[in-house]
Design a protein around this ligand. Structure first.
Ligand code: PGA
Length: 316
């Protein structure tokens, strides 16, 4: 098109109507080809500009030994992981050093719990300093299993978060709702109380990821719908906006937990307020690769779309 225009000298008089008639089908063909990628590019830029790096933590819970860790490390190391995702594994305390040594540096290692003070006579507990001494920088606190099976109250979790942050660790701070909470319509009331307690312990939000778990959707055979997940995540972000600050609401990563797998991660990865996943069972399988790459595959699809449009343009 440009070539045709440049060959036209100013002295030539081209009748307008036939020219328009010639150009109209081309313009009609080109408009969606040009506009659609622009709109998609804008969407992508908005997503990328959110300053919230996609975050996936595979929580091994109490389900690994050295040989299982070896096999997970093998498939995670062999895979191509989306570099725009921050990937971490949640490891039992006795294997923290081992996992740290086996895993490449682009995969972080988190402890699944730690106590609220630096040291002392607390048999069975580990401290934030010990986690750091094992070469790890993350800890999961207030996990729903700690809250429900071990009856950890909000106050204890708050004290643990305060101490972990003060010690220099980064924290995946969990909030959750049970089936009863949802059935009895008190989901938000419960989450709000947990958030208020957590927030009172957090001075540096840049080292905190909030994980929301729908406990009723964890290993129960029931899956939360995208709408249910988005609704809660958006409420959590609004809560941060109104009770902490706009910038904390805009920059804090809020992730979802509850039977996330290869099958549902890609759809959920597109939710506006979702910044990643806390993954249990699927973290023991190669599913975790797809989950780490869930946002990337969306980006790849857009990139492929651009390439396809480019090829179409060249064919015209
Ligand atoms: P799930 O566990 O993915 O198996 O539901 C998540 C978690 O509790 O960390």
């Amino acid at each position: 098109m440009i070539t045709v225009a440049s060959q036209t000298t100013t002295s030539q008089v081209i009748p307008l109507t036939p020219l328009l008639q010639q150009l109209t089908p081309l313009v009609l063909k080109l408009t969606p080809l040009v506009l659609t990628p622009l709109v998609l590019k804008l969407t992508l830029v908005i997503n990328m500009d959110s300053q919230r790096k996609f975050f996936v933590i595979g929580n091994w819970k109490m389900n690994v030994d050295k040989s299982r860790i070896d096999s997970i490390v093998k498939f995670m190391t062999a895979a191509s992981l989306d570099p725009t995702t921050e990937a971490v594994v949640g490891c039992p305390s006795c294997y923290l050093s081992y996992a740290r040594q086996q895993l490449p540096n682009n995969i972080g290692v988190a402890a699944q719990n730690c106590y609220k003070v630096a040291k002392g006579n607390f048999s069975g507990e580990i401290s934030a300093a010990m986690i750091e001494d094992c070469g790890c920088e993350w800890v999961i606190l207030g996990h729903p299993e700690r809250r429900t099976i071990f009856h950890e109250p909000d106050d204890l979790i708050r004290e643990k978060v305060t101490h972990a942050l003060k010690s220099g660790l980064k924290v995946v701070a969990c909030v959750c709702e049970t089936k009863e909470d949802r059935d009895e319509g008190r989901t938000w009331q419960v989450l709000e109380a947990q958030m208020a307690s957590l927030a009172s312990s957090i001075s540096d939000w840049s080292r905190v990821v909030i994980a929301f778990e729908a406990l009723w959707a964890s290993n129960t055979g029931i899956l939360a719908t995208n709408n249910q997940v988005q609704e809660v995540l958006s409420q959590l972000r609004q809560w941060l906006r109104h009770n902490v600050s706009h910038s904390v609401a805009d920059t804090t990563r809020i992730i979802y937990a509850g039977s996330v797998s290869s099958d549902n991660c890609q759809q959920m990865a597109r939710l506006a307020d979702l910044d990643g996943f806390l993954v249990g069972s699927a973290a023991l399988r190669t599913d975790i690769i797809d989950i780490i790459n869930a946002r990337g595959s969306y980006v790849s699809r857009i990139v492929n779309f651009f390439s396809e449009q480019e090829r179409s343009l060249k064919r015209i």
